[in-house]
Design a protein around this ligand. Sequence first.
Ligand code: GTP
Length: 358
Amino acid sequence: MILHDVDAVVLVGGQGTRLRPLTLSCAKPLLPTAGVPFLVHLLSRLREAGVRHVVLGTSYLAETFVERFGDGASLGLELEYVSEPEPLGTGGGIRNVARRLRTPDVLVFNGDVLAGTDLVSVVGAHRAAKADVTLHLVRVPDPRAYGCVPTDEVGRVLAFLEKTEDPPSDQINAGCYVFRREVIEAIPADRPVSVERETFPSLLAAGASIRGHVDGSYWRDFGTPFDLVQGSADLVRGLAPSAALPGPAGEALVLAGAAVAPNAVVIGGTTIGAGCVVSEGARLDGALLFDQASVGAGAVVERSVLGVGARVHAGAVVRDSVIGDRAVVGERCELGSGIRIWPDVVLPACGVRFSAGV
Ligand code: GTP
C-alpha cells in the first residue's frame, strides 16, 4: 500500500511560546533544523510514504508558510493552506481544513513532531479495525508531561488523560492521527476546540471506535529548546529519520558558505548555517547555528541554539542556552542552564557566569 489515497493535514498555527525568543520572528515549524526548516523533514516523510496532497492549518505568521513553500511543487507535493484569523486550537484547526479534504481517511500531524513510525502500518491498522480515529502512541520513560492514552489488549483506547501526575500507562499521544473524514466534519466549526481535551474524550464517551497504534520507532516533539537542539543533532547524526538532510549524516553539518577554522572542534550533530564563521580553537558540541552566526576563538557552544546573526565572542562559554537573533555574548561570558538571550541584546565582555535562577 502506498498512501496516494490519503490526504494529510499538518497543524502549524501555534505560537511556539516555549521556543521564544526564536519564535518571535519565525514560526516553530519553519525554524532551521539540521539545515532546513523543521517542516521539510516532516513533509519529506509524508512524500516518502506516498502522500500527495497536504493541507497546512496556519494561523501565527501564516503568510510565511506560503512564501516558503508555495504550491509545494519543489517538495513533490500539492500543498494547500487554510489560515485561522483567530487561532482555533488543534481540533478547530483540523475542522477548519475539512472542505479541502478529498479522501475518506485523513492523516493529521502536529507540525512539531518527527517520528520514524511506518505511516503505511498506521493507516493499515486503522482500516483493518474500521476505526473512527487511530492515534499513533509512543512509550516514554516519564509520561507525566504528555497526554497519557491507555489501551486494552486489542488496541482500543480506554481513556485520555492530559498531563496527569499519576499516569496509568507509559503510552502517550504522539501527535499523529488517522481520522475518518466524517469525524473531522463533525467537530464544531468556527470556535476553538482542543482535539486532545475535547474531541477525543467526547468521541470516546459517545462510543466511537478509537484505536491506538504503538511502536518503538524514533519520536520527538521539537517544542522546547532542549528538544530542538537534541532533535536537530539526531537528524544530523542520522538517528532521526528524514529524506531531507542536506548532506551526509555525521558529527556535523556545515552548510555552504560557512567558514570553519581547521582546528575548531565541531561534533555531536552540530549544524553550522550558511554564512557562519567559527574561529580557531572553538568547540561546538551538539550546537545549532542559524545562518550568519559566529563563534569566536576558543569559545565553547554546547547543546545551544544561536539565532540568525548571533555572535559568541572569543573565550565565551554557552551551554544549554538560546541566543536570540543578532544578540551578542561578550568575551569570556559564561552562560548555562537554560539562559535565553533576547534578540539584539548585547552582553558586554566579562568574566562572570550567568545561569538560570541567578
Ligand atoms: P507552545 O506555545 O510552546 O506550547 O507551542 P504551540 O503553540 O505550537 O502549541 P503545541 O505545541 O501544543 O501545538 C501542537 C501543534 O498544534 C503545533 O504543531 C502547533 O503549531 C499546532 N497548533 C497549536 N495551536 C494551534 C491553532 O490554534 N491552530 C492551528 N492551526 N495549529 C495549532
